[in-house]
Design a binder for this molecule. Structure first.
Ligand code: CP3
Length: 344
């Protein structure tokens, strides 16, 4: 039977008259109904591990806006937690983890099947969503890319320039590479379990890929994405993979071919015309309206939305922002973006 879900058609390489649309962080603090459910759950991690409430917040933007895809509500840092790292979130500041900078600390991490003990509630969220999502809505599972997750594990927090991870890479390459390998293996197992539970697409978030240069980009962004993509496709033939090597610049060129990803998501540091010329010939692209328009709205939002649609209309395209929507966004601007994409 021919595929009817628009996201899956675009991922299969079809150029559609109207691009399907979803939004990074579409379940989030800009929505009053998210804030209410989060208050009910307690803190952010309690919400992630409460399958019923995590499914509820995943469904909220689908009910409100009818996006073409839902993304599982979870976080990229649940995987290091499942490997044994301590994880907590400081309100207004972001994540904190116990650091891994020595062989002794690394040796305390787990591996293999043990991650599922912690991550089972996430798979249950996926199962609930497959039952409750509208038939036309595609369910996307996800994980962080090894490099991005490693930057948090090594520093114990988010860092503006990923300095501690670069330092470990330069000072103890064997340990750094052992961390990347452990994350690559467990990311495959994590994504694979999400697919077994019902995820129809998986996305690999490499939010800090842009700080890897030259050979480092090939070894620690491209190569892990290729290993993960190939193994996912071997275990689950037909499951599409979206790769997001954010701020990769010229590194976006050839990323489909080098990794086997069906779609490359692009941020808004590159223009849609550049993406059409250099990235879209390789396959489906996703992006790349600047998130600030969800705050500022108005005619500029309409003009820029049309600009992205127009520039990418001659090849497979999934409309999205260039990065996640921010908590200060106005929910009405999201509706205006959707109406502009769907209505011209
Ligand atoms: O997109 C979605 O709606 C799905 C859920 C999702 C979340 N995080 C929920 C979340 C996804 C796909 C992520 C990915 C994620 N998490 C990334 C990669 C994508 C990116 O944004 O670059 C990264 C780097 C993280 C790590 C993380 N999680 C940070 C740095 C923070 C704190 C910053 C912030 O926005 O507060 C989080 C928290 C987080 N993850 C929130 C949400 C909705 C906010 C938590 C809250 O409700 O307080």
């Amino acid at each position: 039977m021919a595929e009817t879900k628009t996201i899956l058609r675009a991922l299969a390489g079809e150029t559609l008259p109207t691009p399907p649309i979803w939004m990074m962080r579409q379940a989030g603090r800009y929505l009053p109904e998210y804030r209410a459910t989060r208050a009910q759950a307690g803190d952010f991690l309690s919400l992630c591990y409460n399958s019923e409430l995590a499914a509820e917040v995943t469904l909220q933007p689908i009910r409100r806006y009818g996006f073409d895809a839902a993304i599982l509500f979870a976080d990229i840092l649940l995987l290091p937690q499942a490997l044994g790292a301590d994880l907590w979130f400081v309100t207004g500041e972001g994540p904190r983890l116990s650091t891994i900078t020595t062989q002794v600390e690394f040796d305390k991490l787990g591996s293999g099947e043990m991650i599922h003990d912690t991550l089972n509630p996430i798979y249950e969220t996926v199962r609930i969503l497959r039952r409750e999502l509208p038939e036309e809505t595609t369910l996307i599972g996800f994980a962080g890319a090894p490099w991005t997750v490693a930057t948090y594990m090594i520093a114990g927090r988010g860092t503006p320039d990923q300095g501690p991870a670069h330092a470990l890479k330069d000072e103890n390459r064997a340990l750094f590479e052992a961390i990347i390998e452990r994350l690559t293996e467990s990311t495959i197992d994590y994504l694979s379990a999400q697919i077994d539970a019902g995820a129809e697409v998986v996305k690999i978030f490499d939010s800090w890929a842009g700080s890897l240069k030259g050979d480092d980009f090939d070894r620690y962004a491209k190569y892990p994405a290729k290993v993960i993509t190939e193994e996912i496709k071997r275990r689950h033939p037909g499951i599409p993979v979206i790769a997001f090597p954010r701020q990769a610049g010229d590194g976006y060129i050839g990323f489909h071919a080098a990794t086997g990803a069906d779609c490359v998501a692009v941020d808004d540091s590159v223009t849609p015309e550049w993406v059409a010329e250099h990235v879209q010939p390789g396959g489906c692209v996703q992006g790349n309206l600047a998130s600030k328009h969800m705050v500022t709205g108005g005619q500029a939002l309409v003009d820029e939305t049309r600009h992205v649609v127009e520039a990418l209309k001659n090849g497979p395209h999934i409309f999205n922002l260039g990065h996640g929507i921010t908590p200060d966004a106005d929910p009405e601007n999201v509706q205006l973006m959707i109406d502009t994409v769907r209505g011209g």
